[in-house]
Design a protein around this ligand. Structure first.
Ligand code: ATP
Ligand code: MG
Ligand code: MG
Ligand code: MG
Length: 563
């Protein structure tokens, strides 16, 4: 392609709205443009990089025996009601009603749609296993879209779903996907780690996230310095939790309250873990008033707790004298030094308002159900406590390191969660009806491009790993008015194109200095310059963007060197 004909609207200044380097560089290099919050247009170079990642993903998914299909993006609400996620998913699911009054949503993920497809079309163990994937635009109405392609509302995902007839089969498929993901991110030229992860709203029995290691990552990753152990902070364990001096509220666990007013009863009723309940409560609190109890000098700790739980701190306010726990009617003093109280309508048989409070001491979070004035229980949620670098590895006792990561892939063993909910069954070899055993496997394709830039850049611009660079070579004609230089540039350009090298010819009528700047900004792995030394010695210069090393060669040899 010729630079003069391509849409590459580079910017000299760093746009002020971009906080992280990938967002800044993607805008400056003319790869993307924002349409509205979390929604971007991919310009030719941005799309070219995305297509490179897609190609690697396709090759490795196909190699692992998966088949590509394409599912609708608009999904019927009724399917989501069948799985129970219409209620549970929360406002990230963009719901709307069509002209016939039918409830629909934009697909944030496709477990329901694929399970429906398989239940209608696959009936026997003989047709299994099946592993199907698509590469498609997803929509999630993220509460805080940010960092450009890193956390968009509209973004490109590869999502795959597997259906097996046995647990062993499902585990084998999971391992195959784990390996395929290793190959995909290695081929993309990224430094990454697979870490044990939480299953979140997707659900299921176990999962791994693939994390690109970068300081700007939103996730904290816990990695053992001695063995293979690695986990997302949310899931991380340690050898021996340090002894906690029991805070006053722990005593409350001993109070027996009758009936279903215990947190445990609520979590059981809603069929979620206490940890998920905390997340749900916090989530529901986002647009409801949250009273925060601050006493003495604990304000800092409260803000820390709110941050750890992802609560918008705008909702925090200082408790006024005597107001302590007024909103819940809970006697004061039970939450230890700090607490958040959250009114939430529990889906219980009484259909009444439950008030929950979350408390914390230094190491643990506590959930307190304060439904009635004197009936309350406390549950200590130790797995929410943050692991520190002073903790030891749960498998080998080695030291743990905390680093930042960007989640580019996530694989789940789902088991029968969706097949049971949607009654998706097959006949096994005894003729008995069984639910499919499922897995699901996501890759953030557009996020992977951003993560690659977070990991590979310098002060002058991006440094693309060769396999996902939008072009492999940028050929600079440094004197477009000089006939010999222009003829040599065109000749080399044709030769590279014929050999299947993806090359941009910078044929613009610009000063060499600005061509060098743009070439560095775009991060194309090899830059070839045809200029003064061609006129003088018949030589061109090849420069490696990553290492900065240069090589001067006669024109005739340059083509062969690059192929
Ligand atoms: P996150 O924790 O970052 O919100 P997630 O766990 O909600 O991601 P998954 O449901 O696991 O995401 O989706 C599969 C993959 O899709 C993720 O691993 C990530 O790479 C990508 N992804 C998810 N949300 C976004 C987003 N808002 N923008 C870009 N990519 C995303
Ligand atoms: Mg998410
Ligand atoms: Mg996640
Ligand atoms: Mg995930």
């Amino acid at each position: 392609m010729r630079f003069s004909q391509l849409l590459i609207p580079t910017l000299k200044e760093t746009p002020s709205e971009a906080e992280v380097v990938s967002h800044q560089l993607l805008l400056r290099a003319g790869f993307i443009r924002k349409l509205s919050s979390g929604i971007y247009s991919y310009l030719p170079l941005g799309l070219a990089a995305i297509r490179k990642v897609e190609r690697i993903v396709r090759e490795e998914m196909n190699r692992a025996g998966a088949q590509e299909l394409l599912l609708p993006m608009v999904q019927p609400g009724d399917l989501w009601k069948e799985s129970g996620r219409w209620e549970k998913y929360g406002p990230e699911l963009l719901r709307f009603t069509d002209r016939h009054g039918r409830k629909s949503c934009l697909g944030p993920t496709h477990e329901e749609v694929i399970t429906d497809l398989i239940r209608l079309n696959v009936h026997s163990y003989k047709e299994l296993p099946l592993n199907l994937y698509q590469i498609q635009t997803k929509f999630r109405d993220e509460i805080r879209p940010r960092f450009g392609l890193m956390r968009g509302r509209e973004f490109i995902m590869k999502d795959g779903y597997s259906f097996d007839a046995s647990e062993e089969g499902a585990d084998a498929t999971y391992r195959k996907m784990h390996e395929a993901y290793h190959r995909i991110f290695s081929r993309c030229g990224l430094a990454f780690r697979a870490v044990e992860a939480d299953t979140g709203t997707i659900g299921g029995s176990f999962s791994h996230e693939f994390m690109v290691l970068a300081d700007t990552g939103e996730d904290t990753v816990v990695i053992c310095s001695k063995c293979e152990y690695a986990a997302n902070m949310e899931k991380a364990r340690c050898l021996e939790p340090p002894a906690i001096s029991p805070p006053p509220l722990l005593a409350l666990t001993k109070i027996e309250t009758p009936g279903k007013k215990k947190v445990a009863a609520v979590t059981e009723f809603l069929n979620i873990s206490a940890k998920e309940l905390v997340k749900t409560l916090v989530y529901m609190a986002e647009d409801k008033p949250v009273a925060v109890l601050l006493r003495g000098d604990h304000e800092v700790q409260t803000v820390k707790l709110a941050n750890a739980l992802g609560v918008n701190t705008d909702n925090l306010r200082l408790a006024e004298d005597k107001e302590i726990f007024d909103t819940t009617g809970t006697p004061s003093g039970y939450l230890g030094p700090i607490g958040l109280t959250i009114p939430v309508l529990a889906d219980n048989e009484l259909g009444r308002m439950h008030n929950f409070a979350i408390g914390a001491n230094e190491k643990n979070f506590h959930l307190l159900n304060a439904n009635l004035h004197r009936d309350f229980t406390v549950q200590t949620i130790t797995d929410l406590r943050q692991i520190t670098s002073e903790d030891l590895c749960p498998t080998c006792g080695g030291g743990l390191e905390l680093t930042r990561g960007i989640e580019v892939g996530h694989i789940f063993k789902l088991g029968t969660k969706y097949s049971e909910a949607l009654k998706a069954t097959f006949l096994d070899n005894q003729g008995a009806e069984q639910p499919f055993i499922m897995g699901c496997y996501g890759i953030g394709v557009s996020r992977t491009v951003a993560a690659a830039i977070e990991q590979n850049h310098d002060k002058d611009g991006m440094i693309f790993p060769l396999p996902i660079a939008p072009f492999q070579v940028i050929l600079l004609n440094l004197s477009p008015k000089d006939e010999a230089i222009s003829a040599a540039s065109s000749q080399l350009y044709d030769q590279l194109n014929k050999s299947g090298i993806e090359v941009i010819l910078d044929d613009r009528d610009e000063r060499p200095g600005s061509k060098f700047k743009d070439a560095d900004l775009l991060g194309i792995p090899y830059r070839v310059m045809v200029g003064k030394s061609f006129s003088e010695k018949g030589e061109v210069e090849i420069k490696d963007r990553a290492t900065g090393t240069t090589l001067n060669l006669p024109l005739a040899e340059a083509g062969a060197k690059l192929v």
